[in-house]
Design a protein around this ligand. Structure first.
Ligand SMILES: [Ca+2]
Length: 355
């Protein structure tokens, strides 16, 4: 009886991605660096029989990523969650295999809720990353907190606050903001108030976008989630930022925020242009919340127009454009009366209408 024997060898055509070996009838591929692995690799298998005859076959192997293991080191842990958060905020480049591994709940999207599932899986709170974990809709929003201004340095501290309606199911929080980079830069984003074990990432781009991504294995209750430090780059009385908030990957709209510089004292400025025809601009400043009235009188002392009559106006510097096309040429007096809780302020200025 003749014993037939065959010899197999495997030649790896993708040697940078995998090592390929054959033992008995099994082809074994080991990814060398999953962070650079592609979605498929090619291996050439050659069989040699006892007569020295060779047959060659090319084998394409589809790479199936391990759910959650974004770093590809065989372990699912918080480092993988950090990679997800970095990807969400636009930091770093990731391969197909890594991005597929990041989608822990297999819904076709990578967001920070996936980072939360990875963290929950890493600590044993959920048993598998099989796509069965769905985000709870906790209904809520990210709101702007009270700003603090450091006038001399042009710094503005802007907190982001989590406010939910039915509370205790928040596992991931995101914020995406956009602003005019000619108004201010974002110097820092701090996270001083996160529950234990929560991971964070943020990224500020030069064209005026900021992204923040947060995830944890335990739910977060309502709180200040991040503190942005803005530095004004132009001498402006008011700067603005708009944004969207996401809780568990579900988006909730935010209102655009206008941040007014808070002056140190009441003021009524000279109108400009002056003389004018028929409209002019008047600026005034309130150091604290005040009831404000601005009226215009003719030289006889008769009131001819009311420009502002409002209660509870926020502290800030205001600019109003007033049209006097219904008045005759001449000198006029404009007068501010502002009353805050602590002070009252009255001032008058002259202006000249020439038609
Ligand atoms: Ca996902």
């Amino acid at each position: 009886m003749v014993q037939e024997r065959s010899f197999y060898t495997a030649t790896n055509s993708d040697a940078e991605a995998v090592s390929a070996t054959i033992s008995k009838d099994t082809l074994t591929l080991i990814a060398l660096d999953p962070s650079t692995a592609d979605d498929s690799v090619t291996v050439t298998v050659t069989a040699t029989d006892s007569l020295g005859k060779k047959a060659t076959q090319i084998v394409y192997v589809q790479v199936t990523p391990a759910a959650g293991d974004a770093s590809g080191d065989g372990i699912v842990n918080s480092a993988d969650a950090v990679l997800v958060l970095n990807n969400v905020v636009g930091k770093g480049d990731y391969t197909f295999v890594q991005v597929a591994a990041m989608d822990a709940n297999k819904d076709g999207k990578v967001n920070s809720f996936d980072a939360s599932l990875i963290l929950q899986y890493a600590v044993g709170k959920i048993k598998s990353l099989d796509g069965s974990s769905k985000a709870a809709d906790v209904a809520g929003k990210i709101t702007w907190g009270e700003t603090e201004q450091i006038a001399e340095e042009g710094l503005i501290k802007l907190p982001l606050v989590l406010e939910t309606r039915n509370g205790n199911g928040t596992f991931s929080v995101d914020f995406a903001g956009s602003f005019d980079a000619e108004q201010f830069t974002i110097e820092a984003v701090d996270f001083n108030n996160l529950p234990e074990g929560w991971m964070s990432a943020y990224h500020v781009s030069e064209d005026g976008n900021v992204k923040v991504a947060l995830a944890g294995a335990t739910p977060m209750t309502d709180r200040e989630v991040a503190l942005l430090t803005l530095r004004k780059v132009a001498d402006l009385d008011v700067v603005s930022i708009s944004g969207s908030g996401y809780i568990n990957g579900i988006t909730y709209d935010m209102a655009e925020l206008a941040i007014r510089e808070i002056p140190t004292e009441f003021a009524l400025e000279q109108n400009y242009p002056n003389p004018f025809n028929p409209s002019t601009t008047i600026k005034y400043a309130l150091p604290e919340v005040a009831d404000v009235k601005i009226e215009v009188y003719n030289v006889m002392g008769q009131r001819v127009q009311t420009l502002v009559n409002a209660r509870g106006v926020k502290a800030g510097t205001y600019t109003l454009r007033a049209d006097f096309s219904s008045l005759a040429s001449g000198m006029y007096i404009y007068k501010i009366e502002a009353r805050s809780e602590n002070q009252s302020f009255v001032q008058t200025k002259m202006m000249k209408l020439i038609k």
